[in-house]
Design a protein around this ligand. Structure first.
Ligand code: SF4
Length: 507
């Protein structure tokens, strides 16, 4: 098993089970149970405690359904069992098995386990293959757990299972015209990989069934399992007791934060002097204790001296879809739909603001590129925050639109990363809480936050853009979203000017 909750203090009790109600386990609940028994217990026994599904997660689900629908087309003559009623689904599955055709959403139940299989494909003799359809570009560890559970449930229900596959998207596929389904998908035989995940599976299932049948929620320590492999929906509830500067906010502390927690050390200021910390972590602790920023004027001057005026502050926004929407696009390839550029001739000059926001249902990338080329002057540094993102997007665009290749080459050489002095802790403010991200640095350095913005972070910007340009919403709402996007992206680049000015005042 590759993931799961650490420090489980609750020991399940078989006697309690015998008295408990007979709760059952689906494949999604099994995955939740691998992550955390508390999460599983709440999902089954007290689901009202779960917050609404975040828009980003819902978008992933929606795109997964679209991918699943397309995958079915690769199994001609398949039978779709649509009923949401599980009893009806079981009956329909039983009736369909005799037909020896591909079955979509076949359901199986045995020993308090149940699952629905994306595609059950007739295999050798009276056996079947399981095909799990995923909207990712590769097979993930947790998907193998999912398939291992399905295979176990099907076999327990008496079905002969031959091979198991994960059918995922092909990251190398580039759309040209109509979607080529044979190219869009990759069928990966994972049968042999399941063996490792099958070891101890029955014991894990038994432990989960024990846990969900208990009258009280298992007590589970927080830790890395709260964020991996999925962000847990109960994190706000479980983490609420931590102090503001808790050990999990320590820069790159990793699993050592859990070691501290196990010793009862919650606050960064309480980390003992003999605890091994690197220089950045020591700076962070000192800043928490004294409540003041750490400033290295010589390093900041060194960074500022690398800048060549006029300065172009540049930021991109992107969205992505599992199934490529446009030509010259691969599954999950980010699509640049917006940029903001602020230009200053000197620290004292009035900034010039130029922006682009794609409009309509077409590919925004050609307009993005032509407008960006007009916006960026022939000389001067191009300042971005976290250069990997903008540089990677520019390279992708140059590869798709080769007429811009030479221009992009020149752009790449001029890019300077404002992240550097913050990642290096040349400047560190306790309000950053161990992070050098722009969303933490800007409020800490300039006092301007994203909290009051209608759109305040990148994923929300992507979803709102898709809603505005591809959704069916009133024009008034569409315009409100576009205004929110302009304000958000403009704050990223305008804010970088304020940060530079603040750094310059510290020299
Ligand atoms: S936040 Fe962590 S401890 Fe709480 S339910 Fe989720 S995974 Fe378990």
């Amino acid at each position: 098993m590759s993931f799961g909750c650490a420090n489980i203090r609750y020991v399940t009790n078989r006697k309690v089970i015998a008295l408990g109600s007979y709760k059952s386990l689906s494949k999604s609940k099994y995955i939740s149970g691998l992550q955390c028994l508390k999460l599983l217990w709440v999902q089954i026994n007290d689901p009202s405690r779960l917050p609404p599904t975040p828009p980003g997660t819902q978008n992933v689900f929606d795109q997964g359904h679209e991918v699943g629908f397309l995958a079915q087309k690769l199994f001609p003559g398949g039978i779709l069992l649509q009923s949401e009623d599980f009893g009806k689904n079981l009956k329909e599955t039983k009736a369909s098995l005799n037909l020896r055709k591909p079955i979509f959403e076949a359901g199986f139940s045995a020993n308090r386990l149940y699952c629905r299989v994306d595609v059950l494909n007739p295999s050798a003799k009276d056996a079947w293959d399981i095909v799990e359809v995923k909207s990712t570009n590769s097979v993930k560890e947790e998907q193998l757990e999912d398939v291992a559970f399905q295979r176990h449930t099907c076999r327990t229900a008496g079905l002969k299972i031959n091979r198991c596959y994960v059918m995922h998207l092909n990251g190398d596929y580039v759309r040209h015209g109509e979607i080529d389904l044979d190219q869009l998908f990759v069928m990966e035989d994972v049968t042999d990989q399941l063996d490792a995940h099958a070891i101890g599976l029955e014991e894990r299932i038994a432990g989960m069934l024990d846990a969900v049948s208990l009258p009280v929620c298992p007590e589970i320590s927080i830790g890395g399992h709260c964020t991996s492999p999925f962000g847990c929906p109960l994190k706000d509830e479980c983490w609420a007791y931590l102090p503001e500067h808790n050990v999990f906010t320590m820069n790159r502390l990793g699993s050592k934060a859990e070691d501290l927690l196990a010793k009862g050390i919650l606050d960064i200021k309480d980390i003992p002097v003999d605890f091994p910390m690197n220089v950045k972590q020591q700076i962070q602790q000192q800043c928490v204790v004294c409540g003041k920023p750490h400033i290295k004027p010589s390093e900041i001057k060194g960074f500022l001296d690398t800048l060549e005026y006029p300065l172009h502050f540049m930021d991109f926004e992107t969205f992505e879809t599992a199934v490529p929407m446009f030509d010259n696009l691969s599954p999950h390839q980010p699509i640049t739909f917006q940029f903001s550029v602020h230009i200053i001739e000197s620290l004292e000059s009035v900034p010039l603001h130029i922006s682009y926001l794609g409009e309509g249902k077409g590919d925004p990338r050609p307009g993005f590129l032509s407008e960006l080329k007009k916006a960026i002057g022939a000389k001067g540094s191009i300042v971005v925050y976290n250069q990997t993102f903008e540089k990677t997007r520019l390279k992708e665009l140059a590869s798709t639109f080769p007429e811009y290749e030479e221009w992009v080459e020149g752009m790449l050489e001029r890019i300077t990363d404002l992240l550097v002095p913050f990642r290096n802790f040349s400047y560190y403010h306790p309000a950053q809480k161990g992070s050098a991200s722009l969303k933490k640095v800007m409020p800490a350095v300039t006092g301007v936050s994203y909290d009051d913005l209608e759109i305040g972070e990148g994923q929300m910007a992507s979803l709102k853009y898709m809603e505005a340009e591809f959704g069916d919403i009133p024009e008034e709402d569409r315009q409100a979203i576009r205004t929110g996007l302009e304000v958000y992206c403009g704050q990223d680049t305008g804010g970088m000017i304020w940060i530079i000015k603040r750094l310059a005042s510290l020299e």
